[in-house]
Design a protein. Structure first.
Length: 199
């Protein structure tokens, strides 16, 4: 006669456990969509029991809120940082090419973080879509302010910021969905007719 022993989750400090569970929730989200996010699915993905999830978060809603907060912060931080990393040139289009390239590199370095932000996960509820729009508004305002400061009256900075964001987001979706067909170099090169470089 054989007996089975219950598998116990490795002990972790509570902050580490919460990060572990958010990572698991993000994998479920990216793979299966928002409707698949349940305590059971997250526990299974994290290889823990349901009580372990409840010991870290008081239910599914607080866990998902924490994941949304973390994703928004990561997205904002990396998106805003890239503007410090990309030096301004003498012409808006040259700067835009460099900024889009850097953005694509950031997205491809953390694809699971960016798939929900870019709307590539299924069944996103209204509160998630609103948080994404909130993030986009912050980034748009930052781009517009940078363009106004550097190029002034040479651009309609509000429209230019929208064009840059829409282009960068759509190129990032292509890079994530079909990386072999759409490598970064090809995508940035395709900006040429829309944002011609000044030589």
């Amino acid at each position: 006669m054989t007996t089975s022993t219950r598998k116990y989750a490795r002990r972790m400090p509570v902050d580490e456990r919460r990060q572990h569970l958010m990572d698991a929730a993000l994998r479920v989200l990216v793979r299966d969509g928002h409707s698949a996010l349940t305590v059971e699915a997250i526990a299974r993905e994290a290889d823990v029991s349901r009580p372990v999830v409840y010991s870290a978060y008081d239910g599914l809603a607080p866990l998902l809120e924490a994941l949304l907060d973390r994703s928004q912060q990561r997205g904002l931080t990396s998106a805003l940082q890239l503007f410090d990393e990309v030096p301004f040139s003498d012409h808006p289009s040259a700067w835009a090419h460099a900024a889009v390239r850097r953005f694509l590199e950031i997205v491809l370095a953390e694809p699971d973080v960016w798939r929900p932000i870019l709307g590539l996960t299924l069944d996103a509820p209204a509160f998630v879509r609103e948080r994404i729009e909130e993030t986009r508004r912050v980034i748009h305002a930052h781009i517009a302010a940078l363009l106004a400061d550097r190029f002034g009256a040479a651009l309609d900075v509000e429209v230019a910021a929208h064009l840059l964001m829409v282009s960068a987001e759509q190129l990032a979706r292509l890079a994530l969905d079909q990386p072999e067909a759409y490598p970064v170099d090809r995508l940035v090169e395709a900006l040429g007719p829309l944002l011609p470089r000044r030589h």
